[in-house]
Write a protein that binds this ligand. Structure first.
Ligand SMILES: [Zn+2]
Length: 288
């Protein structure tokens, strides 16, 4: 099938209390690995790229590869632009064929975040693609700061409701204590806050910073309303470690296939495990 908007995928996920894994890819092999995992798991899939990867590979190359994958695939696949604050990059990705995007104006004051997000939602609605936005500051939260400071960085549930109402955004990433990268200790997730936000906001919620959250905490967050889980750093590490291992064993290797195939396989296994964890494995059936 063609690439689809992530909106219906994520609404169905939230209604059925599972989350769809959204996996950041940086190379063709990484993209193929996540698609193969989705096929094997019979899972809906969101392929993501960062703005950096769009600049590195080109939105058109990424969209072309994702389109081929979707056309060949029996599971629904969306192509999403992760954390973007640049309107021109958003427009170039829409033009290239992305079916989902994140406008991140979370570092602007609330009123500006509303205005900027509203503008992107209007553009996206014209062609039926998904918009995700962020409230609070994901990744700005460190373990050792005092509670009042931490509170100020997390998303306010009433503001979440007002934000969704005023912007018409399709999916919301509220800061609830997760961070990007790999956690030094355990993440400090505010589960009560997720529950309160979910009670006030009916759109699917997005869990950022999914690398290295203990499995039980992921399941709890998903049960409370998180319908999309972003995983980036962990995948990069697994992919790179597999390549490093090939060179450790054979420093003279010079055939890219010889190190890309094991890297693909390692990534595919890791993505399969995340799909089981999120509960999206087997859920492609929801879209037939
Ligand atoms: Zn993020």
């Amino acid at each position: 099938m063609s690439l689809v908007s992530s909106t219906a995928l994520l609404q169905t996920a939230r209604a059925n209390k599972y989350a769809i894994g959204a996996f950041n890819v940086h190379t063709l092999e990484m993209l193929q690995a996540v698609v193969e995992a989705a096929e094997e798991a019979q899972s809906p899939l969101i392929i993501q790229s960062t703005v950096g990867t769009v600049k590195h590979l080109g939105a058109d190359y990424i969209a072309a590869a994702a389109t081929v994958a979707a056309n060949r695939s029996s599971v629904p696949i969306a192509l999403h632009l992760d954390h973007c604050s640049d309107f021109s990059v958003i427009m170039s990705c829409i033009r290239a064929g992305y079916t989902s995007l994140m406008i991140d104006a979370s570092h602007s004051p609330f009123e500006d975040n509303v205005a900027i997000t509203r503008k992107v939602v209007e553009a996206a609605n014209a062609i039926g693609i998904n918009v995700e936005a962020e409230l609070g500051k994901v990744g700005g939260v460190e373990d050792d700061i005092v509670v009042s400071e931490r509170d100020a960085l997390l998303a306010d549930p009433d503001e979440c409701a007002e934000f969704v109402e005023r912007t018409g955004v399709h999916t919301l990433a509220p800061a609830i204590g997760t961070a990007h990268g790999i956690y030094k200790g355990e993440p400090n997730i505010d589960f009560d806050r997720i529950a309160t936000i979910a009670s006030k906001v009916s759109v699917p919620l997005v869990l950022h910073g999914g690398s290295g959250i203990p499995d039980e905490q992921v399941k709890r967050a998903v049960s409370l309303g998180m319908a999309k889980m972003n995983v980036a750093t962990e995948l990069r590490i697994i992919f790179s470690d597999a390549i490093k291992q090939v060179f450790a064993e054979n420093p003279d290797e010079n055939d890219p296939r010889k190190y890309m195939v094991p890297a693909k396989q390692a990534l595919r296994s890791a993505v399969l495990a995340k799909m089981e964890l999120c509960g999206c494995a087997g859920r492609a059936r929801d879209f037939r």
